[in-house]
Design a protein around this ligand. Structure first.
Ligand SMILES: Nc1ncnc2c1ncn2[C@@H]1O[C@H](COP(=O)(O)OP(=O)(O)OP(=O)(O)O)[C@@H](O)[C@H]1O
Ligand SMILES: [Mg+2]
Length: 327
């Protein structure tokens, strides 16, 4: 994808097909930033150490929305593609999301569906579980990733769905392959209610967004912006990693990759529709105006402003904690 070249628009608005192509390009960009790489390596380690081992390792990965958990897990799964051998589909890495309002039956069912069982919703909870364990062996599954783990907490009552978490516990014991559980920080509450599950997932790692407190962390965020800039579907660079733009991006996004990507996606659309061959602050201003971030009532649009000062801006939002150490 990164090798795709794009013709210069030279001021001529792109066709809707071209705009769509460039939007898809932006959506698919994945940057291997340092934290991404360290979590990816951890997944490789768990996967490798558990192969042919008497006891599989397991891991709990948690983090706030938009930090990139699913991106990394899906990328890992995509790097271990399914293939056919002796009439069986081999699924080295099985990725699945816990359905909303999970019950043991719905979790088993969705795992069966991910494995390609056409009768995924047939049978009782016990027979589905038995079929699932059979398919895990037959499809030579080496690792199972279960995302959206917070769906094991009832949305309304906030109670842990005990039956489903018990089911996950015994499933982990019986599947005999490493399990990666992943979810929002509140999903760790499930472990407080289930000591046995907690013991099986003694390794818990947090995935965080970027921060801006030290020189090193600013450099890391600017490195992320630089890599994004290099991969945008334009021939001319947009200088996103300049100190001035990086400050604005950090203020606007709190270092959460989802928002960075979203701003760039809309800015790409605006620039391409205007026939521009790079993204400038006017595009960023317009893009940011289209994005609504509730809960941040004091947030203002930093793009296009000549005298933007990140310290003042963050103070206005009462984010003094994040600026204390800014150098
Ligand atoms: N390494 C990355 N490089 C580039 N963009 C990224 C990266 N990680 C995340 N993003 C962007 O952030 C978006 C949100 O990421 P993702 O869906 O993985 O977050 P999440 O942590 O799973 O959030 P949620 O808890 O809401 O499911 C992605 O669609 C992508 O646009
Ligand atoms: Mg996700």
């Amino acid at each position: 994808m990164n090798n795709l070249t794009y013709e210069n628009l030279n001021g001529f608005p792109a066709s809707p097909i071209e705009v769509k192509k460039r939007r898809e390009h932006v959506k698919a960009i994945i940057i291997s930033h340092p934290r991404y790489t360290s979590i990816y390596k951890k997944l490789e380690e768990v996967h490798f150490y558990s192969k042919d081992s008497v006891q599989a390792d397991s891991l709990f990965l948690y983090g706030n929305t938009g930090v990139g958990k699913t991106t990394i897990l899906e990328e890992y799964r995509n790097n271990f593609e399914r293939y056919i051998k002796d009439g069986y589909t081999i699924v080295p890495v099985l990725y699945n999301k816990v359905p909303v309002g999970a019950t043991p039956k719905s979790v088993a069912s969705s795992l069966l569906r991910s494995l390609g069982d056409p009768a995924y919703d047939k049978g009782t909870e016990n027979s589905q579980t038995a079929r699932l364990l059979h398919f895990i062996k037959a499809c030579q599954v080496e690792m199972i990733i279960i995302d959206e783990f917070q769906h094991l907490i009832d949305r309304e009552t906030k109670h842990v769905l005990n039956k489903a978490s018990d089911w996950i516990k015994s499933f982990c014991d019986n599947a005999q392959v490493p399990i990666i559980l992943c979810g929002m920080p509140e999903s760790s509450k499930i472990f407080d209610h289930n000591d046995q599950l907690d013991r099986r997932f003694s390794e818990k790692i947090e995935m965080d967004g970027f921060n801006y407190q030290t020189k090193e962390s600013q450099i890391e965020f600017r490195g992320f912006l630089k890599s994004l800039d290099e991969q945008l579907p334009f021939n001319i660079k947009s200088n996103l990693a300049s100190k001035k733009l990086a400050d604005k991006f950090f203020y606007a996004t709190k270092g959460i990759p989802y928002y960075v990507n979203k701003i760039l996606l809309e800015a790409t659309t605006i620039a391409t529709k205007s026939g521009d061959d790079y993204i400038d602050e006017n595009h960023l201003y317009e893009a940011f105006s289209q994005i609504k971030i509730s809960r941040r009532t004091n947030l203002f649009n930093p793009f296009g402003s000549e005298d933007f000062n990140i310290l003042d801006a963050m103070e206005l939002e009462d984010r003094k904690d994040s600026i204390n150490k800014i150098i």
